[in-house]
Design a binder for this molecule. Sequence first.
Ligand SMILES: NC(=O)c1ccc[n+]([C@@H]2O[C@H](COP(=O)([O-])OP(=O)(O)OC[C@H]3O[C@@H](n4cnc5c(N)ncnc54)[C@H](OP(=O)(O)O)[C@@H]3O)[C@@H](O)[C@H]2O)c1
Length: 314
Amino acid sequence: MLGPDYLRYKKIPLNNGSGAIPALGFGTLIPDSITTKHATKAALEAGFRELDAAERYRNEAEVGDAMQEVFKAGKIKRQEVFIATKLWNNNHRPDRVRSAFEASLEKLQLDYVDLYLIHTPFAFQPGDEQDPRDANGNVIYDEGVTLLDTWRTLEGLVDHNKCKAIGLSDVSLGQVKEIFKAARIKPAVVHVESHPYLPQWDLLDYCTQHGIVLQAFAALGHSSEPRLLEDPVIAGIAKRVGKTPAQVLLAWAIQRGTALLTTSKTPSRIKENFDVSTIPEDAMREISEGIKSRVRFNAVVETGVPGFIPGQRG
Ligand SMILES: NC(=O)c1ccc[n+]([C@@H]2O[C@H](COP(=O)([O-])OP(=O)(O)OC[C@H]3O[C@@H](n4cnc5c(N)ncnc54)[C@H](OP(=O)(O)O)[C@@H]3O)[C@@H](O)[C@H]2O)c1
């Protein structure tokens, strides 16, 4: 008889910082503030112990309110939750990094975060405008700062112990190698879009060999077309193993060695997404080798402008 299935509680050791990151994480890219608060609370109550926030999502305060309500209720302690947030593109200059980081901490109502990510490798014109554009509507980039300059400033945040680990997001393998080689504090996490239509095997191999956790966002395909949740391979396995397509996709991501982020506004789906258990090896192979479609849903890696933020450009 099989023993209890602990897949949903799996943690992956980090090369620096808070020890280990929960493989199954909840993202807070949720446009409306009331829903953000309800969904974040529901995720913690369902069992999620990793939350992914970002200054760009403009809802860190609501994520903070939700966490504080749960912590004050006494059921979950701050130290039991792994909390990540991200630096946005207009704050890449070293003199802006610290104040952006402090502003995130304040909104999240925290003394430290477990992980701070550079949201994208693209530096935008420094200033308070998150989406600076010229008269023709083109993004205004900042040539005066490199990704390594920004990385060095994040290393300083770790030295001051307000941020336990640091990482990169929306980067290519080449950019990861460049920062890894030059870094005093190595990236603990590389956070990129990944799912069976964009498995990023090369990046996963490099990360595994170098002790970096690859964290996959859009693990369910972000409800975009073509719908990963309706892929016949995924649907067939779900039927065979008695789980939902979402649970199959989340299990695949964890079993192949990545951490992941999924998001839902819907309480029943939040519970469903935490109720993940191990799928058989033949199902793993069928997904990894049998699905040939290749789709990138989020174009942020091309310009730095996020493709998933409703009501905002891009
Ligand atoms: N660094 C970056 O550039 C970047 C970019 C994108 C995302 N992220 C992070 O990654 C997180 C996850 O990304 P994502 O939102 O694309 O995740 P996702 O889980 O792939 O997609 C979320 C969508 O799937 C639906 N859904 C969730 N569970 C479901 C289920 N069990 N059955 C059917 N549909 C389901 C949700 O609908 P409902 O909400 O209606 O239930 C929502 O529309 C974000 O919140 C964010 O933290 C980072």
